[in-house]
Design a protein around this ligand. Structure first.
Ligand SMILES: [Zn+2]
Length: 167
């Protein structure tokens, strides 16, 4: 894939910028089989099963490509723009060559994913320690993402509308 490299990190493989990316630029389209929640592997293995929720009852499976390897961060530099059955990773800000590209997994998960809980080791200053669905995010984090316009429609719809954020 153009402009991306895979490297080992302290927490497994990760994807890194092989060149500079501009804010708003498309990094990569995610591809993989689409399934419903009923079709998820049971029991679900948090380490090995890489499914991304992209709709109220729609998940995208692993593709075997780089898109499976982007790590989560509680302070991400990209987000998944979900439109219909399409998911494209977009730069949230300018990024320099060599930076690890991460997104916040909680952003695509509505309450259907409330069973999902993974320990976070992203190491960011504001690490939430646990990755779970959007409804469990702290209000200030929800507000920030809503303001940025990076919350998918089906998540936004049921997200508790949060009081006006005081800066
Ligand atoms: Zn974290």
């Amino acid at each position: 894939m153009n402009g991306l490299t895979v490297r080992e990190t302290g927490k497994g493989k990760g994807v890194f910028a092989g060149r500079d990316f501009r804010k708003g630029e498309e990094i990569m389209e995610f591809r993989g089989n689409l399934i419903t929640f009923d079709e998820l592997p049971k029991p679900y293995n948090m380490d090995d099963d890489h499914y991304v929720q992209i709709g109220p009852n729609l998940l995208m499976g692993p593709s075997g490509g780089l898109d499976d390897l982007f790590n989560h961060s509680c302070e991400p530099n990209s987000y998944l723009r979900i439109t219909g059955r399409k998911a494209v990773l977009i730069a949230l800000r300018d990024m320099g060559k060599g930076e690890e590209i991460t997104w916040d997994y909680s952003l695509s998960m509505n309450k259907e994913s409330s069973w999902y809980k993974m320990t976070c080791r992203c190491g960011s200053r504001n690490c939430r320690k646990v990755i779970s669905d959007f409804s469990r995010l702290p209000d200030d984090v929800k507000n920030r993402y809503i303001r940025l316009g990076v919350v998918p429609e089906y998540v936004l719809k049921e997200a508790k509308i949060v009081k006006k954020a005081s800066r």
